[in-house]
Design a protein around this ligand. Structure first.
Ligand code: ASP
Length: 342
């Protein structure tokens, strides 16, 4: 079998940062400097070409325009490459992975995001293993010559996760990401063990269709005991807000306050899409389990089931960005469209 052709896309992040001698803070460096830290790239099983953002960024600066730039790079090179590895800061990697899973409709090739907690230039870097293994995963083919992982994933510290099921959970551990509500797609040790039963299968009938539009007029609004009526109402009545990711307690519960239910139901009548997701790290929203959840269902709030906050916000940005009417956006928010919910 011929060597897989992999396009390495450098967007920035700690992996490629160097310390500013004056301030001590980490700053982005250019891609050439980064590649010179990893001569082992020449030894992987892939033929690698690289491309870099003109100005690499800390991932706190990621936004829909940068997502769209990544989608452009992938779609412009889609036919020519067997897979893509995106080097990205860890802070918002799960948002980008989720966004790409919706923006790259019909994807049939691996798009693996990775980065590191320690820069490549530091001797204890975790970036080398993350990058080299991400390339091996993107290059992996089955006995028919098809990609083993034709979906958007995050590879980080021995774990391959579905991108839109992942979240960053540690600012310091090398194992910084989890996939709380979906099994790992692969685990690495001395070998790379793929869990093929959980990986989306290759399907030649899928038609690749890149999307570039995202609607950012959305808010994530998290409940806490004692939340104030005037503040909640100012968000829900705001004309500019088109969608709300509503982070509730446990299995999708909220305080039984008439003003809250009225404000939610008025917001739905105003045309907003309100999605109930849980503040818990694992488990799912079930609004008909308790009265405190049922009142939300009756107000027109829809269930995001076990979706992550990163996937819910990017999915809503994606649906509203394509001008999908409220009722249809609500329907699609309650069903999986890219494997993002169970
Ligand atoms: N602040 C960095 C970023 O997200 C952190 C990292 O890459 O680990 O770009």
């Amino acid at each position: 079998m011929s060597r897989s052709k992999i396009l390495l896309i450098y967007t920035g992040g700690t992996i490629g940062m160097v310390q500013n001698i004056q301030t001590g803070a980490l700053e982005n460096c250019d891609f050439g400097t980064l590649v010179s830290c990893i001569p082992e790239l020449a030894l992987t099983s892939a033929e690698i070409t690289s491309v870099s953002f003109r100005k690499p960024i800390d991932s706190s600066d990621m936004d829909p325009a940068a997502w769209s730039e990544i989608v452009h790079i992938i779609s412009d090179n889609y036919e020519e490459y067997d897979g893509f590895v995106v080097l990205h800061g860890t802070d918002t990697m799960a948002f980008t992975a989720s966004a790409l899973s919706f923006m790259l409709e019909g994807l049939n090739k691996p798009v693996i995001l990775t980065g590191s907690q320690i820069p490549l230039q530091s001797i204890r870097t975790d970036g080398k293993e993350n990058l080299i293994t991400a390339i091996e995963i993107a290059a992996a083919k089955d006995e028919n010559g098809h990609p083993v992982v034709p979906e958007v994933c995050i590879y980080f510290h021995e774990k391959l996760m579905r991108g839109n099921r992942s979240s960053k959970v540690s600012a310091s551990n090398l194992s910084a990401f989890v996939s709380s509500n979906y099994p790992l797609l692969a685990q690495t040790g001395t070998e790379i063990s793929f869990h093929t039963e959980y990986i989306r299968s290759y399907d030649p009938s899928r038609v690749f269709k890149p999307h570039f539009l995202m609607e950012p007029s959305i808010v994530i609004f998290s409940l806490f005991p004692g939340i104030r009526q005037d503040i909640v109402e100012s968000i829900l009545r705001n004309e500019s807000v088109k969608g709300v990711i509503f982070r509730t307690f446990g299995s999708g519960n909220a305080p039984q306050r008439k003003w809250l239910v009225d404000a939610l139901s008025d917001a739905v009548k105003m045309g907003k899409v309100i999605v109930n997701i849980t503040q818990c790290a694992t488990g799912s929203v079930e609004m008909n389990k308790y009265e405190t959840g049922l009142q939300l269902l009756e107000a027109g709030v829809i269930s995001g089931r076990d979706i992550t906050v990163e996937a819910s916000i990017t999915k809503l940005m994606f649906l509203l960005g394509h001008g999908i009417p409220q009722k249809e956006a609500m329907r699609r928010m309650s069903i999986p469209i890219a494997g993002e919910m169970s």
